[in-house]
Design a protein around this ligand. Structure first.
Ligand SMILES: Cc1cc2nc3c(=O)[nH]c(=O)nc-3n(C[C@H](O)[C@H](O)[C@H](O)COP(=O)(O)OP(=O)(O)OC[C@H]3O[C@@H](n4cnc5c(N)ncnc54)[C@H](O)[C@@H]3O)c2cc1C
Length: 454
């Protein structure tokens, strides 16, 4: 074992988690040797802009966040095109697929990430592997392959299987290349993990307004076609034609390398609050991690974990990982949508939950704040981001309900005749959107009988 001064840290994986762990390690310690191995051929790039690479709205070069110089100045040695096929925890080495020598480590960090999930749809995997027009989007190379295929076969119609964030962002970019685009979603609403039913319906309308067809409750049974894809068949028998199929149906955490080395895994690589795995001197960070039965798959989790794992590796275990609050923003120009934390208290076991909601269907605006014991626990903000910075700042903190009411511009309207209150925070419709023939439930007076309570 080398002394701490020359400790050699090896990181496998060079995306957000691996790269920021290396950066944090270097800022904590000037002397350690840092080696990163990745099977990809590019230095660190952000996956966020991948859908935009298909219609060439961004260049490949602009996708690369850290160029060679960045690694050089930090003395981080990056090894591209190096797939690790085995870990030997006993001898503290990693091995590669070709004849190259094993590489030793003092500390090993697994930043292996995840890959797109392919649901059990007949022909999906085969047609993807045989390049017959079924694709997933995870890497720069995936985006380039999709672009080539669209050009080569002058594709006119696309189907995206999966109405989650990535599916919708991808569909939006495909539609911008003049493809007739359809999104098929297994669940009865779009973004099933980030939205409730009501907001899901509003989003569907907005997506359809952008000329993207949406099919819900759609279980894809089979990909159709021989030499290349021609469409899909749903379990209910409906058939949709398409020249390309893109599957964006969640992720699968990359665990096999760890599992084969005897490291404890479940859905992900199991870690403790210091991001240590079950094997000494081996750590894991980012998408590949499972912490207290939770997996994340989002950049904020990678960033938080990368600080903690770096500190753990150099032996300063001051900060414990507490999990990351899920935060998601839909990145489609003209649609403001953020979902954060708990969005459906009905699924929680404990009580004390309260919802403040503004649903303005006319203006396609939905604001829902979820409180528990007066602490802000989650929010859906659609169509208006006014409350966003407040929500980010106040998550998990006590809130003043009057302040929230003002922030969301929610009002109480009082019937002049009988005193009946119409409290917008508790209703599905804002007062303005009520029909002209609305009758006061107390005295049957008209809408004009109501005045805003000051
Ligand atoms: C199109 C798209 C858009 C996204 N948009 C957002 C967004 O807006 N917000 C957000 O929070 N998240 C977003 N995400 C998710 C985000 O990109 C991931 O959470 C993040 O990339 C995870 O980083 P990671 O470093 O843990 O893993 P990964 O990014 O998966 O990187 C792991 C790397 O390790 C390499 N590797 C794996 N095994 C080996 C091996 N055996 N040998 C060598 N190398 C290996 C892989 O090739 C890969 O390069 C998006 C993802 C995609 C695909």
């Amino acid at each position: 074992m080398k002394t701490n001064k020359t400790m050699k840290v090896v990181i496998i994986g060079n995306n957000v988690a691996g790269t920021f762990t290396a950066q944090n390690l270097r800022s904590l310690n000037e002397d350690i040797e840092i080696e990163i191995y990745t099977e990809e051929q590019y230095p660190y790039y952000t996956r966020i802009k991948l859908p935009e690479l298909i219609p060439e709205k961004v260049t490949l070069d602009s996708m690369i966040v850290f160029k060679e110089e960045w690694y050089k100045t930090r003395r981080i040695n990056l090894h591209l095109n190096k797939k690790v096929v085995n870990i030997d925890p006993k001898n503290k080495t990693i091995l590669f697929g070709n004849d190259s020598e094993p590489v030793g480590y003092d500390k090993l960090i697994l930043a292996l990430g995840s890959t797109p999930n392919i649901p059990p749809i007949k022909n999906a995997r085969e047609m993807k592997d045989q390049n017959k027009g079924v694709f997933t989007l995870r890497t720069i190379d995936d985006a380039l392959k999709i672009r080539d295929y669209l050009e080569k076969f002058s594709v006119k119609k696309a189907i995206v299987i999966g109405g989650g964030l990535l599916g919708l962002e991808l569909a939006n970019q495909l539609k911008d290349t003049n493809l007739e685009t359809t999104v098929v979603e297994f669940f009865p609403r779009l973004l099933p993990r980030q939205l409730d039913e009501e907001c899901g319906a509003m989003l569907k309308k907005e997506i359809e307004n952008r000329n993207i067809k949406v099919v819900l409750n759609a279980a894809t049974e089979e990909i159709l076609g021989n030499a290349k894809v021609s469409g899909i068949k749903l379990k209910d028998g409906r058939i949709f034609e398409a020249g390309i199929i893109l599957i964006q149906a969640g992720i699968r955490l990359t665990i096999d390398l760890a599992k084969n080395a005897g490291i404890k895994t479940n859905r992900g690589i199991i870690v403790n609050e210091y991001l240590e795995t079950s094997k000494k001197d081996i750590y894991a960070v980012g998408d590949c991690v499972e912490y207290k039965n939770q997996v994340y798959g989002i950049i904020p989790a990678c960033m938080e974990q990368s600080k903690i794992v770096a500190a753990s590796v150099i032996g300063s275990k001051r900060v414990e990982y507490q999990g990351t609050t899920p935060k998601n923003t839909l990145k489609i120009v003209g649609i403001e949508l953020t979902s954060i934390g708990t969005i459906d208290p009905s699924k929680e076991e404990t009580g004390g939950w309260e919802i403040l909601k503004k649903a303005d269907k006319e203006d396609c605006c939905y604001q829902k704040l979820i409180l528990k014991d007066n602490k802000l626990k989650g929010a859906i903000l659609f169509g208006d981001n006014k409350a966003l910075s407040y929500v980010y700042k106040k998550m998990e903190e006590d809130v003043d309900k009057e302040e929230l009411r003002k922030l969301l511009e929610l009002y109480i309207f009082v019937c002049n005749n009988c005193g009946m209150e119409y409290d917008e925070t508790k209703m599905n419709t804002v007062f303005e959107d009520l029909p002209a023939d609305f009758k006061c439930p107390g005295c049957k007076g008209s809408k004009d009988d109501f005045k805003k309570k000051e």
